[in-house]
Ligand binder design. Sequence first.
Ligand SMILES: [Zn+2]
Length: 535
Amino acid sequence: MLTSDRARPRDEAVAVRAGRIAFVGSAEDAREWVGPHTEVIELSGRTLLPGFQDAHVHLASSGLGGLQCDLRAAAAPAAYGELIRAYAASHPDEEWIVGDGWGSDDFGGPMPTRQQLDAIVADRPVYLETRDAHTAWVNSLALERAGVTASTRDPEGGLIDRDDAGAPSGTLQESARRLVRAHLPEPSAADWQEAIRRAQAELHSYGVTACQEANLTPDLFEPYRAVAGRGELTIRLEGNLAWDSALETEQLEGLLDRRARGTVGRMRIRGAKLFQDGVAENFTAAMLEPYRDAAGAHTANAGLSMFAPERLARDVTLLDAHGFQVHVHALGDRAVREALDALEAAARANGRRDARHHLAHLQFVHPEDLPRFAALGVVANVTPLWAVLDGYVTDLTLPFVGERAAATMYPFASLARAGARLAVGSDWSVSSPDPLLQVAVAALRRMPDEPGAEPLLPAERLDVAAALEAATLGSAYVNHLDAETGSITVGKLADLVVLDRDLAGAGPAEIAEARVVLTLVEGETVYASPEGRPA
Ligand SMILES: [Zn+2]
């Protein structure tokens, strides 16, 4: 048993009473807690851990993706084509084909075109987002329905990719996705509720007992309230209300109203989420130095700051003054700096409180900004599965950024050494929600099933204990749940996970192979694998 409690990191047995941990100690002493109605779960060779907490996940939209045209099972153009064709054939009544889960790295260079998609489905409009949800691939009919033509200008914070003649080529970046997305049929409230339940069940199967819904947009609010209100939300959910860069500060009223009505069942609303930039693969991550072109020459593009720095400082100060926990999507080193500057301005204006503001993803952090996390009390919400030398990094990122930036990618160990508190988010459905895989990759900086692969900046590895602590107690801290959860400590809620093997002394690769057999929330089973069910 690994506890994430530094006072006693390992122990043998736990007793649970009325949903709380009543005892932690030796197996022998635990016998005193066994009465006639006690259910005894023998660990014998298995491992008990505190429930994992996902500090950044898109729960509802991940669940919805499973109900739509889901491309996650493919990784090549031909395979995508087969999935899209099969979905279209099995959903003849759907007016639009909507889905997500493709990767721009699978097209081996330039983005796919509308003509490629027309060759798969031409008689209905098609809208397909990437796994990272920053790019949409559309067919000609979708562009036509949306009225997007050669004369349509790029919206603020977005790009319409174009062919040599200036016509839309079939991919839309960032806010340009909205030009077509606005024409999609809305998922119904029932669809969203089903999506939330499905996604929650999947997280429980990975041992996740609490999470931070990273982008609780207005359309998700009532479906979440309904599920939570009926007591069907078994996961602890911290909702982050979306703060939209396309709207002005009048949106505050709506956020305050939803926060006031959003504490229902296991749902709490404390956070507001802002996107400060995009992603490096489409050159929208906001960088201190401009991107290079394929030949290594400087370009004029240094990425997109979704909020001008002065506006970001104003909005963050406003949100902080109203007691919101501010959660900023920041990948580029300029976005990180602008977000830290804004949080510093907020602290200066409003004074410091136990706010636990956090920056998510942190692909590039300038060395001078590393100590600012601890100094400002800002949590580093990292996404371990991105810290590998995959196609996104080697083909789509490293050739286009400078050497200094390249040497600061996903600086987990540097952040920890600089005193930052770490939390772990999956960004599911961008990446797998499996926290054991995240812990393994944080410790290896390569995928565990590729032992020969070169690690990405191995000096930035975390040790397994630190990674496990970040994925449990660290995420519980940013979820404002650490007083009640996040470690196996007497008095805390019994949110617990049983793994199928003994992890004592296990290396990262073995951790990635472990499977969850039982997940408990307040002592109640929310997931049991066939071998985890009591005999
Ligand atoms: Zn996200």
